[in-house]
Design a protein around this ligand. Structure first.
Ligand SMILES: C[S@@+](CC[C@H](N)C(=O)[O-])C[C@H]1O[C@@H](n2cnc3c(N)ncnc32)[C@H](O)[C@@H]1O
Length: 211
């Protein structure tokens, strides 16, 4: 797969966002990744499994999983700036996570993962070709029987985030994106409250690959 169009622009955009704002001031900040952890629990994801967090930024999922004893964690983001904030926060524990600066649309993982987690990244792919690229990378990166947790803005969520347009998903729409290869275990709605106090509804999906 060649470099996806627009990777450099996207990296610059997100680098600038994270240089300007501390992790606790971005609209998507959450002190505890409660929905992510609950859905991973529901999928039976334990510390023996490998997890990749797509578009991890400065998110605290890695902290939560390290605290639970996970030993094979990968964080990927098109911008290294958000992940740099996470590394500073984690201190010496940062060395227990593999940090990958890459565009998910053109990523070559070179291995498979048991779990694919994505909070608020897939919805930035507003072009069908980009969604196809993402799904092709997901298909190649996930092991047989692997688990997926994806959170996007809900149908009544905001039309833009961080100055960029987003695609919004009902539970049914998100299920149909993944297709028949996945058995859906749970869909749910989260009313995320931004640091400024604004409610942003999310749609979450937890699924297991059939084969
Ligand atoms: C709204 S933030 C969410 C960050 C994190 N998942 C969280 O929940 O805090 C979106 C993240 O996706 C990253 N991102 C956007 N497009 C990407 C792409 N094509 N490939 C990889 N990461 C991307 C951004 O750099 C940013 O860190």
């Amino acid at each position: 797969m060649a470099v996806a169009p627009g990777t450099a622009e996207r990296a610059r955009h997100w680098d600038e966002v994270y240089q300007r704002l501390d992790e606790t001031r971005v609209s998507w900040f959450e002190p505890e990744p409660a929905f992510s952890v609950a859905l991973l629990d529901e999928l039976g994801v334990g510390p023996g499994l490998s997890v990749v967090d797509i578009g991890a930024g400065a998110a605290r999922l890695v902290d939560a999983l390290l605290a639970r004893g996970f030993g094979d964690l990968t964080a990927l983001d098109v911008s290294d700036e958000g992940m740099a904030q996470a590394r500073r926060r984690l201190g010496r524990n940062a060395g227990r996570v593999r940090w990958v600066a890459a565009d998910v649309r053109s990523w070559h993982p070179g291995r498979r993962f048991d779990v694919w987690h994505d909070r608020a990244v897939f919805h930035f792919l507003t072009e069908p070709a980009d969604r196809d690229r993402y799904l092709a990378v997901l298909a190649g990166a996930l092991s047989a029987g692997g688990r997926v947790v994806i959170g996007t803005f809900a149908g009544d969520g905001p039309p833009r985030c961080s100055g960029l347009p987003v695609a919004r998903y009902s539970p049914a729409a998100l299920v149909s994106v993944l297709g028949d290869e996945f058995e859906v275990v749970r869909t749910c709605r989260q009313e995320h409250r931004t640091p400024a106090g604004v409610v942003q509804p999310f749609t979450w999906l937890a699924a297991r690959r059939r084969r």
